[in-house]
Design a protein around this ligand. Structure first.
Ligand code: FAQ
Length: 310
């Protein structure tokens, strides 16, 4: 029997399982491309969670109250935990933690563009919680229905935790928007800087998204980049307007016929620069991860020595 005739029935059965809504589990047969796509996406996602600890972690010592400090510590710790679940989910596909980590530290692996922007003041922490975690929830609620069991189950738990993250951020920004003129200005300034990068988080438009076709066919992405971006827009635009903030998009309008908010053109040239490593904070983020890795060498040595003891 040739390889092609051997594989085709397996592929047909694999696709039939996905069609029936069954989850694919680690030991199951899967096409190489499915495995590769999942390793790519889950490892990028894991790296995003770990690098995503940096912009907010920076503010733990500067939180304005003990309550805010406790909430922020819990949030940043959660993001580290999300990275752990996701690295484990990727490991079930046959890649090692070390390979993934080395790719990140060498600047070869991608992680979300959003974490390459600076946090300039405390209002940024609220805006990240509301909008960045809010965007992540929209994307991850979709991924919780994905066909790969370990990724889908990780998403269920992660989304529950991200919901707390989003609410604490929204609470903070709503308070600022109702506060002193200076606080309102801080909230507006944070929105001005984070708005467009957040819309970019969902990835390129569907027509420019090379991975979407195969990911949709095999039930990894159950909705497209533009669909998820639209869900987010329709939710947050009225909420931001309700608290008196101005969305920095002169072309933003409500399409009454289709009942959707429509944004103006996204600066994709800027997005690709950030993805390629030339964003405002890419170099600092990688340097911080490398420094943390180097500082942790003694812990890895101690764990290895303990594990190999007689
Ligand atoms: N940044 O063909 P597509 C969070 C790349 S977690 C950088 O459309 P795909 C929680 C893409 O990799 C945030 N690169 O790609 C938190 C591909 O390059 P490749 C992370 C991007 O995979 C909150 C190329 O462009 N979430 O925020 C980006 O089908 C607060 C072509 O694009 C996830 O990772 C981008 N924004 O769709 C943590 C969710 N967009 O690999 C701390 C899982 C695209 O071919 C604090 N990932 N690219 O060389 C996904 O859902 C998908 O990967 C998309 C992109 C939707 C992000």
């Amino acid at each position: 029997m040739t390889q092609a005739t051997d594989i085709t029935p397996k592929l047909a059965e694999f696709e039939a399982r996905i069609g029936r809504g069954e989850k694919i589990e680690p030991g199951d047969w899967m096409p190489d491309d499915y495995r590769k796509q999942l390793i790519r996406m889950i490892s990028q996602h894991a790296h995003s969670e770990i690098v995503g600890m940096l912009p907010e972690g920076n503010y733990i010592t500067r939180a304005p109250s003990l309550r805010r400090k406790m909430v922020l510590i819990a949030k940043v710790q959660d993001e580290g935990g999300h990275g752990q679940y996701l690295y484990h989910a990727a490991e079930t596909l046959g890649i090692s933690r070390d390979e993934m980590e080395q790719a990140l530290l060498a600047g070869k692996a991608k992680y979300s563009s959003i974490f390459n922007y600076p946090t300039l003041n405390w209002a940024d922490i609220g805006m990240i919680g509301w909008l960045v975690d809010g965007a992540a929830i929209k994307n991850q609620t979709m991924l919780a229905h994905c066909s790969y069991g370990p990724y889908s189950r990780a998403m269920v738990r992660i989304c529950a935790e991200e919901t707390f993250h989003q609410r604490q951020g929204k609470e903070m920004i709503v308070k600022y928007a109702q506060g002193t003129p200076n606080q309102r200005q801080m909230a507006q300034d944070a929105l001005n800087r984070w708005w467009w990068p957040v819309l970019m988080m969902f990835g390129p438009h569907d027509s420019d998204s090379p991975n979407s076709e195969v990911l949709r066919r095999w039930g990894v992405k159950t909705q497209s980049n533009d669909t998820v971006r639209q869900l987010f827009l329709d939710e947050v635009v009225p909420e931001l307007m309700a608290i008196g903030l101005q969305i920095p998009d002169p072309q933003l309008h409500f399409d009454a016929e289709n009942k959707h908010w429509k944004h103006g053109p996204i600066d994709w040239a800027h997005f690709w620069q950030v993805v390629k490593g030339n964003g405002p904070m890419n170099k600092e983020r990688l340097a911080a991860r490398n420094q943390a890795h180097d500082n942790g060498a003694w812990v890895r040595d101690a764990v290895t020595a303990y594990a190999s003891r007689k």
